[in-house]
Design a protein around this ligand. Structure first.
Ligand code: SAM
Length: 280
């Protein structure tokens, strides 16, 4: 099965009179070499389950199906459904298209409807910029149905996800993502690879579940919001938005009250979240 035998994406868009809707973060990858490269990053996809958010005209969907995956694709923009439907027959039924908002989607229920027995699904997507971060946070909190994530973000967001303590990019997103996953920036893609081109570069991040995930992401969200909300301040001041007893909280977490949020590593934030949980 070779996606080159399909009509080109550009021809398909033209034939259906479709154009990008910027409000929905639509920047399309029409070059199969790039979508194949993204699919390849996931490893051998033969027979595997994949959730794709925002298939749009279907460039990445084609590459995923060509690589042998079974795909549940969630697209908000109904205009693209007629363009995606021929891929169902082409893939001998390995594609299910769901029209709706991925932020509201119950992925676990969709997977159960599709395949009655369990099994994890990878999430592989070129994400809409405007909802990339909330989708990632939603998936970080997901249950055991979720497997690895291969996701395209704006490069600057990708750098924030993989950032290490001490760097400017290090913040809430790095702490939350790395509480559940190891995160690696795989490669960057320049604006000209997209139609229409966005203003800035994009990058693919691979997120793989870590062996010792931190379970209480809500607590971590609270403490990181306070700590990085005023990132230039010492923690004893920054954490006052969380509790008037910031110094006691820091002592319980064995953190220096004069430290700043960007100095605190994953283990430190875990202790802080645990100290917060014990007090609230
Ligand atoms: N995967 C396609 C590609 O690589 O060419 C399109 C990627 S484009 C960056 C993002 C896609 O996400 C668009 O098709 C857009 O309509 C869709 N989208 C935007 N917001 C969405 C949402 N909340 N739920 C599902 N799809 C959404």
């Amino acid at each position: 099965m070779n996606a080159d035998e399909l009509p080109t994406l550009r021809d398909e868009l033209q034939a259906h009179g479709l154009w990008a809707n910027k409000g929905l973060g639509q920047h399309f990858l029409l070059d199969l070499n790039i979508t194949r490269r993204i699919a390849k990053t996931a490893g051998d996809l033969t027979g595997s389950r994949v959730i794709e958010v925002g298939p749009g005209p279907g460039g990445l969907t084609r590459a995923l199906l060509e690589a042998g995956a079974h795909v549940v694709a969630i697209e908000k923009d109904a205009r693209f459904i007629p363009l995606l439907e021929p891929l169902i027959e082409w893939s001998a039924g390995r594609l299910r298209i769901v029209q709706g908002d991925a932020l509201e989607a119950d992925e676990e229920a969709l997977l159960q409807e599709q395949w009655s027995e369990g099994g994890r699904a990878a999430i592989i997507s070129n994400l809409p910029y405007n909802v990339g971060t909330p989708l990632l946070v939603k998936w970080l909190k997901a249950g055991p149905w979720r497997g690895d994530m291969i996701l395209m973000f704006q490069k600057e967001v990708a750098q924030r996800i993989v950032a290490k303590p001490g760097s400017d990019a290090y913040g809430r997103l790095a702490v939350l993502a790395q509480a559940r996953c190891t995160a690696r920036l795989e490669f960057t893609v320049g604006p000209r690879a997209f139609t229409p081109p966005p203003k800035i570069a994009s990058a693919i991040v691979r997120l793989t579940d870590r062996a010792d995930p931190y379970p209480h992401l809500d607590a971590l969200e609270r403490v990181t919001a306070a700590a990085f909300g005023q990132r230039r301040k010492m923690l004893r001041s920054a954490l006052r938005s969380l509790t008037p007893e910031a110094e006691a909280l820091l002592a319980a977490a064995e953190l220096r009250p004069t430290a700043r949020a960007e100095e605190i590593d994953q283990a430190g934030f875990r202790r802080l979240a645990e100290a917060w949980r014990a007090r609230s």
